[in-house]
Design a protein around this ligand. Structure first.
Ligand code: MTE
Ligand code: MO
Length: 315
């Protein structure tokens, strides 16, 4: 199944209709329902000639029945502080970020430290499509069709030692290419972290694509983390370093606003961030607000990671 699907060259795809019908076929053939989410195998070549450009496809939905957000909204309404602190500028300012070649280092408490070029990672691991909800702590959300592979595949290959308890992630530091990194107000580079069992969860993704093609620079090209049950800021963009460590890493936002943003940052409607009530959200493209779901609707898949933990003190 996997081999066959991976052999479909996307050069065969000549129209949006064909693109969508191929995806339908793939879905019927390869739906993997780990719990609730829809996860489908996909070809490794991420460059179909045509993509649905300005409307969300009537076919693509998350497992709760919500349509995917339009390609335009996903790629033009972005948070990327290395470029700008508004939402619309990164699509313009990140355009010339050099994303190929791109080296990413996996090291720290591992028996097999290694540097990879992202193009090799894309060949090495099975690229899947994952339609995930994305909830920003600011109170907006989207449904995004990512392409990527499971982080646990890369971590397994690194062979962590028994001392490895957390994973620390780092974005590229390059103030020439990322102009707002010259802004001395922030502790660059952007850093994030996960507990090792969170990182090993099958839902944790390293995304390399969006809407069936390569990730756009403003969305974190060429490779970013996606942790769909946590606030969007955990999903760190433009990764250059993955380090296995013993101690809980201090993230970018924990440094910037201590006591407000915690390490876990699981989506939780009961949280009350100052000025940012979490009980509802605005789905981009919709007019009325909707209720925010605990763990962003992924409780079945991840609540076991937090058994016995008080989620309001471990925020
Ligand atoms: N390096 C880096 N990663 C980042 C950010 C950032 O500013 N820099 N913003 C975060 C926030 S707040 C959100 S909501 C998501 C936005 O991802 P998107 O722009 O692809 O929707 O990226 C996260 N990852
Ligand atoms: Mo965010």
């Amino acid at each position: 199944m996997k081999k066959f699907l991976n052999k479909i060259p996307s050069s065969q795809i000549t129209s949006e209709a064909e693109y969508l019908s191929r995806r339908n076929f793939i879905k019927k053939a390869a739906i993997w329902t780990a719990g609730a989410a829809l996860i489908t195998s996909c070809t490794n070549n991420q460059t179909p000639t045509t993509i649905p450009n300005n409307s969300s496809s009537p076919i693509e939905k998350d497992e709760l029945g919500s349509p995917v957000t339009s390609y335009k909204d996903i790629t033009e309404y972005t948070n990327y502080y290395e470029f700008s602190e508004d939402k619309s500028s990164p699509s313009r300012l990140a355009k010339y970020l050099k994303v190929d070649p791109w080296i990413i280092k996996v090291d720290g408490l591992v028996n097999n430290p290694k540097t990879y070029d992202v193009s090799d990672l894309k060949k090495k691991f099975e690229i899947q499509e994952r339609i995930y909800r994305h909830r920003c702590v600011e109170g907006w959300s989207m449904v995004i069709p990512w392409l990527g592979f499971q982080l646990n595949e890369l971590i397994k290959e690194s062979a962590p030692t028994s001392d490895a308890k957390f994973i620390r992630f780092e974005t590229l530091l390059d103030p020439i290419q990322m102009p707002n990194q010259s802004n001395g107000l922030y502790p660059w580079p952007y850093v994030e972290g996960l507990r090792i069992d969170e990182a090993m969860n099958d839902f944790t993704l390293l995304a390399t694509g969006i809407y069936g093609k390569d990730l756009t620079p403003q969305n974190g090209a060429p490779i970013r983390l996606i942790v769909p049950w946590k606030y969007g800021f955990k999903s760190i963009k433009a990764l250059v370093h993955i380090e296995l460590v013993t101690d809980m890493p201090t993230s970018f936002w924990m440094k910037v606003v201590p006591d407000v943003y915690g390490f876990y940052s699981n989506v939780n409607p009961a949280l009350t961030y100052p000025l940012l009530p979490q009980s509802t959200e605005r789905r981009i493209g919709e007019t009325t607000r909707r209720k925010t779901l605990l763990f962003n609707g992924y409780s079945n898949q991840v609540s076991n990671l937090y058994q016995g933990m008080d989620l309001t003190t471990n925020f």
